[in-house]
Design a protein around this ligand. Structure first.
Ligand code: 5GP
Length: 186
């Protein structure tokens, strides 16, 4: 079974960028490709960034017990397929997921490392979501509303990394993951 590292934190905090840089430094780290019912953004490809599913297909997979965790986030369904974890063998796999999913994994896989990535301030989140230019104003407002609640939950996490300077955040995550990897081979 794979060693699972859960990385959570509000939308716009830079989880994706931090994880991409982490994987450049530690190529052994795999990324679980989530399933979602949201529409692909320009440039996103099915089976690469996400498995893009219809709501009925997603619900069918829930009924079949195919998900290790799933949650509704800003009106859309997101989930980690068990098959994504199984195909990683005994490697290290990162789940980039929102809070409810992180809580489900905490219950089902208590040994998984759980890292919360926090913004230096709420205002920087707003700036990043607007600056990303990928979402409508309504979507941004929804995500900021969710983010407000997610930020309150960061004290559930033993590992919190503040993504102020990107390089520092990647350094901190790399240290945590190296420790986890050493544990994996011991
Ligand atoms: P986005 O639509 O911006 O790609 O993702 C929205 C949120 O859903 C992000 O916080 C992201 O981490 C989260 N997310 C992505 N995949 C999953 C998943 O498989 N499960 C859960 N619970 N959340 C996910």
């Amino acid at each position: 079974m794979a060693h699972v590292i859960v990385i959570t934190g509000p939308s716009g905090v830079g989880k994706g960028t931090v994880i991409r840089l982490l994987r450049e430094r530690i190529p052994a780290v795999r990324l679980s490709i989530s399933a979602t019912t949201r529409d692909p953004r320009p440039g996103e490809r099915d089976g690469v960034e996400y498995h893009f599913l219809t709501e009925s297909r997603f619900n069918q997979l829930i009924a079949e017990g195919a998900f290790a965790e799933h949650a509704r986030y800003a009106g859309q369904l997101y989930g980690t397929l068990r098959s994504e974890l199984e195909r990683q063998g005994d490697g290290v796999v990162v789940l980039e997921i929102e809070l409810q999913g992180a809580r489900q994994i905490r219950e089902s896989m208590p040994d998984a490392l759980q890292v919360f990535i926090a913004p230096p301030s709420f205002e920087t989140l707003r700036e990043r979501l607007v600056g990303r230019g990928t979402d409508s104003q309504q979507t941004i407002d929804e995500r900021l509303e969710v983010a407000r609640n997610e930020l309150k939950a960061q004290n559930e996490f033993s590992e919190v990394i503040i993504n102020d300077r990107l390089g520092d955040a990647v350094d901190a995550l790399e240290r945590l993951v190296q420790t986890q990897l050493r544990g994996a081979v011991d």
